[in-house]
Design a protein around this ligand. Structure first.
Ligand code: ATP
Ligand code: MG
Length: 468
């Protein structure tokens, strides 16, 4: 039989000693009560939440040492995907909080998927008390270790500052104006359009803006507009009443209502049809929503944070996007540069992901060897920060010994060099410059020297070639 071991130590901080604090969330009050009783009996301080927004609120407000949540919010969601998204959302608020999930007996698949997405562990319901206590105890230890590590981390250029904001790593000169802009507009209520290629951190920026705003204690609600059919679009955003259509078995609030008082993240905004755009625009203008099938209007107070990897101005000229909607959502634009244009961020980001994955896969102390660092610096990162995250994760999984080597990262070797006779003069120049930059990790001075140019001459060429 597993035993839970002695009572967990208390946490010593500079001025106070406090009990380890655990967040427990489930939509069934009786389950909450049972778990709470069990944990309190073992000397934990317990806070409970009944809904996803309650969880996020709690995590924003307090420092927990561990969280135990059920991902299956039957009343709030139509699919398990939402519950899984919650894991990412929690991590964005508090990257060092170990989160375990409770899952219905026999639905281990969901739990495994949750762990793949960063959950610490899972228990099945009905749970075994000893197993649950052991898990929470380990979680608390892990949470403390992570926090201690975080405190030791040198103060790199991050926008972290206050508790609750996601860690956003940005050391490059290219990101400085972006950080300035973010800091300046976060407290305002202005709608923001975040643009950038895939994986550049648009959603993270949206979460940061929300967490740094006066709305931080209200919900941050995200919706991906990319894949919503015409019918689903309205019910998802504005809600529906029972019987509005065949599958509408109950009344359901839409994302606008759920985000009331907070921020609504509209991802992939370029991917909606003109008629969907018209419906969205109307709500943004009137600040009122009507659930599908109902004629009652409800006022909503929502800040819109939208994201796209398309050029919306171009979409407007092509007649695919309404200009008036663009004006509405684009009070301020935050353009995120591609990772290849801010190479100084590559290694700090890689170290951040390395710590995170090494921790997660029980490989603490792993480092990047020089060859791996070099490979990371010279890769072109078409998938940007997300691709880097995945490469480092793969490196951690494949590393033998104490360091990750270039071969562990699974990066594509650069393609065969194009044959000179196939290139125009301009293409050849661009290729030569690109390779020189890649060779020196994006350092313009060194690349210029190798090319026999002055730094400013190389810059002029980069500019006229559209390479910056
Ligand atoms: N500056 C950063 N610091 C730390 N992590 C980052 C940073 N930028 C991005 N990430 C991480 O990289 C991953 C991709 O970021 P995110 O999902 O925000 O990108 P995106 O622009 O929304 O991508 P897509 O267009 O594909 O939806 C996330 O795990 C995010 O936490
Ligand atoms: Mg995104």
């Amino acid at each position: 039989m597993i035993t839970a071991g002695p009572m967990p130590d208390t946490v010593a901080t500079t001025s106070t000693v406090r009990l380890p604090r655990v967040l427990v969330a489930d939509d069934q009050p009786d389950i909450l009560e049972a778990v709470q009783l069990l944990l309190k009996g073992e000397g934990y301080e317990v806070e409970t939440a009944l809904s996803p927004s309650g969880i996020l609120l709690a995590v924003q407000r307090h420092d927990f040492d561990a969280a135990l949540i059920d991902l299956n919010y039957a009343r709030d969601t139509t699919s398990g995907a939402e519950g899984l998204d919650l894991l990412g959302r929690i991590r964005a608020v508090d990257p060092t909080l170990p989160v375990s999930v409770m899952t219905a007996w026999g639905s281990v698949d969901g739990a495994v998927e949750a762990m793949r997405r960063g959950a610490y562990d899972y228990v099945e319901k009905p749970w075994d008390n000893a197993r649950l206590l052991l898990m929470v105890r380990r979680q608390v230890e892990m949470g403390r270790a992570l926090r201690a590590g975080r405190q030791l981390q040198t103060e790199i250029e991050t926008l972290r500052g206050t508790a609750g904001r996601p860690l956003l790593i940005a050391e490059s000169p290219r990101m400085r104006p972006v950080l300035d802009l973010m800091a300046r507009i976060a407290p305002s209520d202005a709608n923001v359009l975040i643009t950038g290629e895939h994986g550049t951190g648009k959603e993270l920026v949206a979460q940061w803006l929300h967490a740094a705003s006066a709305r931080a204690t209200k919900p941050f609600t995200a919706v991906n507009l990319g894949g919503l059919s015409e019918g689903l679009f309205e019910s998802e955003l504005f809600g529906h009443v029972r019987g509005a259509f065949t599958d509408a078995k109950t009344d359901r609030a839409g994302r606008f209502e759920l985000a009331d008082g907070g921020s609504l993240f509209l991802d992939e905004i370029a991917n909606i049809s003109l008629s969907q755009q018209a419906k969205l625009l109307r709500v943004l203008q009137t600040r009122e929503v009507e659930r599908v099938g109902s004629s009652r209007t409800k006022r909503v107070d929502v800040r819109i944070l939208a994201a796209t990897n398309a050029d919306l101005r171009e979409e407007v000229s092509a007649g695919r996007f309404r200009e008036d909607l663009l004006f509405r959502i684009n009070t301020i634009e935050i353009p995120l540069p591609a990772l290849r244009d801010r190479r100084e961020d590559i290694l700090p980001l890689a170290r951040h992901f390395l710590d995170r994955h090494a921790q997660r896969y029980g490989r603490r102390g792993l480092t990047l060897d020089a060859g791996a660092a070099q490979a990371l610096l010279t890769h072109s990162w078409p998938g940007n920060v997300r691709e880097l995250d995945h490469a480092v994760e793969r490196g951690v999984l494949l590393a033998q010994g104490t360091s990750v080597r270039a071969g562990d990262l699974g990066l594509r070797p650069p393609g065969p060099p194009a044959r000179l006779e196939d290139l125009t003069l301009a293409e050849a120049e661009r290729a030569i410059i690109e390779r020189a930059l890649a060779r020196f990790g994006g350092n313009v001075s060194q690349a210029a020297r190798a090319l026999g140019l002055s730094r400013s001459a190389l810059y002029r060429r980069l500019e006229s070639n559209g390479q910056v």
